[in-house]
Design a protein around this ligand. Structure first.
Ligand code: SF4
Ligand code: FES
Length: 243
């Protein structure tokens, strides 16, 4: 166990935890945009910055990446921290001026407008480049169908060549995890569509042999059947009818 101080409170926590994990465990709020407890931290958004003091020196660190240390002094609401959070939100507002999620979070940290020129050629851009979709696809699903491509203001999430990715199984993890709705998923009849601003993929849904409902993409079910070595007809019946 490690003892540290967060906002003047002495806390004890498991060695190896990050500052963010410990703060959240103790009910101390640190805003985040690229963190998800089920995925490896990535340090992309910089919204979770906190001020630490060590050996008499203080500096700003990303709390989602920084492991706790014995005697560490952490402050989550200093002027420096608040200024960084506001700047991050102002930059995100310039990138995604029409994202309600970004506006909500901006207001939460006291930002009502941005001094930065809009970075968005297309103001419908909702992607904040948090990388959650890319990490979910790689770490949880294990297929890496999408990645972050290009540089600077051109940076975005896309499948190879912006075409419907062959590796994608249509599970929709990217859409579920996306905090801003930049990746959307809808099902109409026997088809699931997953789309962002620049690309879209369609997946045929499997029909249950008992109730006749369309319940999951065939590609996803084939992938699971292969991984788990299940018989070819295992998914002919939906989970509800199998009960
Ligand atoms: S598409 Fe969504 S999850 Fe993926 S990087 Fe953009 S905002 Fe994050
Ligand atoms: S949550 Fe830590 S950098 Fe995004």
């Amino acid at each position: 166990m490690v003892t540290l101080s967060i906002d003047g409170r002495q806390v004890r926590a498991q060695a190896g935890s990050t500052i963010l994990e410990v703060a959240r465990e103790k009910g101390i709020d640190i805003p985040t945009l690229c963190y998800h407890e089920g995925l490896e931290p990535y340090g992309a958004c910089r919204l979770c910055m906190v001020e630490i003091t060590k050996n008499g020196y203080s500096k700003l660190v990303a709390s989602c990446l920084y492991p706790i240390e014995e005697g560490l002094v952490v402050k989550t609401d200093t002027e420096r921290v608040i200024n960084v959070r506001r700047t991050v939100m102002e930059l995100l507002l310039a990138r995604c001026p029409n994202s309600d999620v970004v506006w909500d979070l901006a207001r939460k940290v006291g930002v009502e407008s941005t001094p930065f020129k809009s970075l968005a050629e297309d103001e419908s851009n909702k992607c904040i480049l948090c990388g959650l979709c890319v990490r979910a696809c790689e770490e949880v699903v294990g297929v890496s169908a999408i990645s972050l491509v290009n540089r600077g203001v051109e940076r975005e999430v896309a499948p190879p060549f912006y075409e419907s990715p062959e590796a994608c199984i249509g599970c929709g993890s990217c859409a579920y995890v996306c905090p801003t709705g930049a990746i959307e998923m809808e099902e109409v009849g026997d088809t699931r569509t997953i789309r962002s601003r620049d690309w879209k993929s369609e997946f045929k849904l499997k029909k249950c042999k008992v109730c006749g409902s369309y319940w999951a993409p065939e590609r996803q079910l084939d992938y699971f059947a292969k991984k788990a070595n299940l018989p070819g007809d295992f998914f002919d019946v939906c989970p509800t009818c199998r009960e």
